[in-house]
Each structure stands twice: as C-alpha cells, then as structure tokens.
Design a protein around this ligand. Structure first.
Ligand code: BDR
Ligand code: CA
Length: 310
C-alpha cells in the first residue's frame, strides 16, 4: 500500500488521476492539496472538493495552495479545461469543509502524523511542493518519492520546448528537481502515448454509475481541444493519470533514470526540462523518466477503476 498526498490543479486529467487513486486498493489517498494552474486557485480548490463530493470521499482532507507561482504571474489553461477548469459534466457542489490551513500545512501535518514515509504526487505546477520543501526542510526525509507529471524530453505543449506545468512555475520545478528526493517524472513523451481514443471515451458511459457518467462528460470535453490536427492525436492524452498508473503498476511503463534539471533563464527555453539521457554532465541520476506505456493496459486500468464506483 502506497500512502500518497495528491497535489493537483483539477483539471480533467487531474480528476482522472484522483479517481484512480481513490479506486485503487494499492493506494491510500491521505490528503489532497490544490495548486493554481489549469484554472485560478479558487476554481481548482473548488474542483478538487467537487470531485471528492462526487466520489463520496469527503473524509479526505483538502487544503488550498499558493495563489500564484513563486516568481512568475499565474498562467491558466482555460482553453484546454474550460471556464470552470472542469467543463463538460455536472458535478455536485462541495458538501464538506476545506481544512482551515494552507496546502503546505496540510502536507506537513499529514506527513508528521504518518507512521511510514509518504509519496507526494504532483499533477500541476510545483509551487506547493517547492514551498513545502523550503518551509519544512526537516520533513524532506519523510518523503519516499515525488512522482510528477511535467516536462518533456525534447517536446513542448505550451511553447515549443516547454510543457504547461513547468511553464507555470519553472522556479518551483527547479527546487523540486534539485531536492535530492527520488523522483519519477511522467513527461509528454509518455503522456502523449497515453491516449484515450474516441470510441473508448464513448464506451465509458456503458459503465453505469454516476462517477463513470461524469467522467464520460469530462473526457468528451477534454478531447475537443486535442482534435486540432497539429497534435496528430487519435484521442486525448491522459497526462496526469500516468503518475497514479505508475504507482499501481510500474511494469506498465518503460523508463530510464537520468539527471533532469530545469532551465529558468533561457530566452526561448525558460521552463524546459533538460534531460541528460546520455550522461553528459556526470550529475546524479535524480529522476526515473517514464518513456513508454502499455496503452491497452492503461485504458483497462481506467475502466476497472471507474467500475469500482458502481
Ligand atoms: C499538464 O497540464 C495540464 O493542463 C494538465 O492537467 C497536465 O497536468 C499537461 O501539460
Ligand atoms: Ca494537471
């Protein structure tokens, strides 16, 4: 059983990651913290709580994160995730209270109260994770691993060389990547293989339960942005669920371990994850980088996860 804190900016694919974590008998979701990214901090917090209400897991503590990135002004992705950050489904309004503390305070409390080391899963910009490491450096050793969706090896989806989560807060990502904590990275190279195809989205509504129905609506909305021919997709790339899928079944992935750092100065490349695939720097191999996925197994896992809400 892996005990995790999920720091997310829901976000359609964040929502799926949360659902899979809740559904899995191999994962204990101990707390959820929200980050500013796909939408404003108010909206992503509300979305996290709406999702937990939908899945009847109001017992999981939730706290809202930092309002802005560490240095840059906030950029959001309403063009991908809609005005609410979770357009496409009617979700219930939250029927429980947010914790009376910040995201990093909830992270610290959860980690201190845990008998075992915890895994931090980050599926949005790394602002909260970086702040946590700066404010509570003594708790870093209580984190087993940070598993994150972000970055790419030679690709970008927000600028030619930069992925959205790292684009939003490159300085935070640099802190996390240089923290010395073992890291697993789900970059665009793998998440663009983790596509759900249109007929597979349609088939989700055959799983007759309210959670599957909500995800059917969410995925239909999320797929529209990815139809633009420039991407060359056959469906929608499910970025964030790769983190949880790796925790559940690492055998589903191919990976290489290497040094990864973040460019924070470049005129054209600020926010690029620099992956030392050929060991050119001699710097420590700080990151397991996921590069391949068994797509069929991944989609099967998503379907099985949704069925548990029946
Ligand atoms: C990442 O950006 C967000 O829009 C998604 O939720 C995902 O975390 C993909 O670049
Ligand atoms: Ca996300």
């Amino acid at each position: 059983m892996t005990k995790i804190i999920l720091d997310c900016d829901p976000g359609h694919d964040d929502a799926l990651a949360m659902m899979m974590a809740i559904a899995s008998p191999k994962i204990e979701l101990a707390a959820v913290t929200s980050s500013a990214g796909n939408q404003t901090p108010e909206k992503t917090l509300n979305n996290a709580m709406r999702l937990l209400t939908l899945m009847k897991r109001q017992d999981i503590p939730v706290a809202g994160g930092n309002k802005t990135p560490l240095v840059k002004p906030l950029a959001t992705a309403g063009n991908v995730h809609g005005k609410s950050g979770l357009d496409g489904a009617e979700l219930p309004e939250p029927d429980f209270k947010v914790q009376d503390m910040t995201a990093i305070e909830l992270m610290a409390k959860t980690i201190k109260e845990s008998d075992e080391k915890m895994t931090l899963v980050v599926t949005g910009p790394m602002t909260n994770a970086a702040l946590f490491l700066r404010v509570y450096p003594e708790l870093a050793e209580r984190i087993e691993r940070i598993v994150f969706m972000g970055g790419a090896m030679g690709l970008g989806n927000w600028t030619p060389s930069v992925e959205f989560n790292i684009f939003v807060d490159p300085e935070a990502a640099k802190i996390v990547l240089n923290s010395g904590i073992p890291l697993t990275m789900a970059p665009l190279n793998v998440t663009h293989q983790a596509q759900i195809l249109k007929p597979e989205i349609a088939a989700i509504d055959d799983i007759k339960n309210p959670v599957a129905h909500a995800f059917y609506g969410l995925l239909n909305f999320f797929e529209i942005y990815h139809e633009a021919p420039k991407w060359g997709f056959k469906g929608a790339p499910l970025h964030d669920p790769c983190t949880i899928a790796w925790l559940i079944d690492p055998e589903m992935f191919e990976s290489e371990t290497m040094n990864v750092d973040v460019e924070t100065q470049g005129e054209l490349t600020k926010g690029e994850t620099v992956c030392d695939y050929y060991e050119l720097t001699g710097k420590p191999k700080n990151t397991e980088v996921l590069l391949g996925i068994d797509r069929d197994k991944f989609i099967q896992l998503i379907r099985e996860s949704l069925k548990t809400f029946g």
